[in-house]
Design a protein around this ligand. Sequence first.
Ligand SMILES: Cc1ncc(C[n+]2csc(CCOP(=O)(O)OP(=O)(O)O)c2C)c(N)n1
Ligand SMILES: [Mg+2]
Length: 749
Amino acid sequence: MLFGVTTPQDLDERFRTAVGALVPGTAGLPDGMTAELARALFDAQLTSRHLDLAARWLRSFGEGYYTIGSAGHESNAVVAAALRHTDPALLHYRSGAFYAARVAQAGGADPVADAARDVLRGIVASAREPIAGGRHKVFGNAAHHVVPTTSTIASHLPRAVGAAFAIERLRKVNGTETSEAPWPPDAIVVCSFGDASVNHATATAALNTTGWIDHTGLRLPLLLVCEDNGIGISVKSPQGWVETTLKSRPGLRYFAADGDDPMGAYATAVRAVEHVRKSRKPAVLHLRTVRFMGHAGADAEVAYRPAADLERDLARDPVVATARLLVDTGLAAPEEIVARYDEVGWLVRKVAEEVLGEPKLTSPADVVAALAPRRPVRVARTLADLSVLSAADRSAAFGERLPEDAGPLTLAQTINAALADGMLANPKMAVFGEDVAIKGGVYGVTKGLRDKFGATRVFDTLLDETSILGLALGSGLAGMLPVPEIQYLAYLHNAEDQLRGEAASMQFFSAGAYRNPMVVRLAGLAYQEGFGGHFHNDNSVAVLRDIPGLVVAVPARADDAAPLLRTCLASAAVDGSVCVFLEPIALYHTRDLYEEGDNEWLAPYLGPASWSEAHVPIGRARVYNVGTADDLTIITFGNGVRMSLRVAARLVDEGIGARVVDLRWLAPLPVADVIRESSATGRVLVVDETRRSGGVGEGVLAALVDAGYVGSVSRIASVDSFVPLGPAAKEVLVAEDAITQGARALLAR
Ligand SMILES: Cc1ncc(C[n+]2csc(CCOP(=O)(O)OP(=O)(O)O)c2C)c(N)n1
Ligand SMILES: [Mg+2]
């Protein structure tokens, strides 16, 4: 026999040998442990162990697509046993025994087969898999309150923090009454992850935010579980590092347990869970485990792990440890243990054979069905229903003057009023971010909202974009309607995975069972007269445009801002949409369009009675006909709308009639409107303030080509550069002169 476990057969043989050597005893069960629970834990562990063996068996003939297993981690079953079935769980990919134990808690007749079926369906990518429907192998099942996670290590931690935060927030709003919230008010969130993952920026963000929230005196019922096998793929965690770093976290109570002492681990897990549940304060359980059979199927760990390490791990097999307990206490003889091991193995193999033939996802439509479902009619109806928004509530919120009576408003004022109306319309909506509450935002867009709606619904967060989005992810999951603000587009980028990998993928990887509705407000784009340099004038939206299912709205002016925002809020509430509301900073306070003092960029605010009529569905552009409007179509958005309208007005003097199309939605692009308006003139000028490479214009051109558009097309875009400080900014950004030249050149063709 080679050192270490190299094959499933090897692991199987070693288990039999170890159990065969056990000597029956008559020791008593530890306090708090019953024979029934010990047997249930053992079954969960066996299920998980055999699932790992089955995954490799399926892989051996090309029917299994995932082999990262839980072997060596099976003592995580005790964590599930210490929790309630209704406590939301976000699990590490090695928490297989936790999952099996959680399924068993539901009290079904055949927990081994039930858990095995869920997991094996994931491994064979069956369309009947209970959470991702064949889109991913992940532990998840809404019926068992297991929320799916992604493969991006530690990326689920900020969401877990957010979910724990939201459970307490909803308790404030709903009291202890059960409401539409998916979890009971006294639930706690559990979130497991590996030891190497502790070092990830996302994990450190979540750990810090956990401490920060606790430090401010707020409650956070969160149990973090670090499943520490001492290694991340091939890199060892330095001796003692995980303990040192976890113990040093402010606000986090530290518990430690050894996986090869399942009863001790259970007792510790019970204490940790009780602590979190009663005090509503966060804790971490450091569960020391081992890893068998390498990182994943193809990983030959003998190449990088010393034989002595592998042998040491073998002596700490958590499944053998539970077998030993059962034998020591006389609950089972070694032969009975092996018989149960074989029985579970047989059950798992039988289920594996059953799920093999199940249908897979077989068409693009099947695959994307769950990505971002849209029910535009229902969204429109939701808005129509708001026409009866209580006048008394609005008067109470807005004070003496309703926004519709305040005269023409700027873009910033309009967004502010629409946010307030959104808060009135939906008591679950919350606005948060850096500086949004007391200060009311860097540009005053959220001014007064905290006074109107209180600090529970409008609050300042700590300065960490990953955590802001994590709070939104978790609170959306818990049933709230989060409207987080990222202060500047440039600062989305360091947290972008929370939007891309987590928010936008949730419905996809849970077949719609879970959703994280949100409207992320982002201040961005350039044209602040050189003020602020790149980081306050960032125009990189490529990073948003390619996120599947994401909605991106850009309001150019006040009269569009409110309908666009209302549509985003309604779509988030109705369909769980993940929306980005990209606000052009330079237009926030702009008043004039053509001439100084004309006030044409302002617009009166519409009261609820007009919202239905003013409704703008997702993906519908706005068209301005200028002059005859039949020579040229300018396709633009954001700052480009104002510049293009000014240029178009001047072109009329040259006898050129243009139609200016404001896309309003960068995702999905209003393709039908673009094609129709382009065909109407046969000449298209794309005016794109984002960059030539990766900018919005690329999408417009591609849409025209895809549709077989045969007219002339040209494009003006900003230079592929970061935006410099001061007057040099003009050198890289699209300017009105360039638009004029572009129009003339197109007409001269
Ligand atoms: C952000 C990210 N970087 C890299 C990877 C590739 N990767 C997958 S698992 C892993 C090691 C994780 O180690 P640990 O957290 O200790 O968990 P373990 O696998 O040991 O249980 C790495 C580097 C990843 N999934 N996500
Ligand atoms: Mg590890």
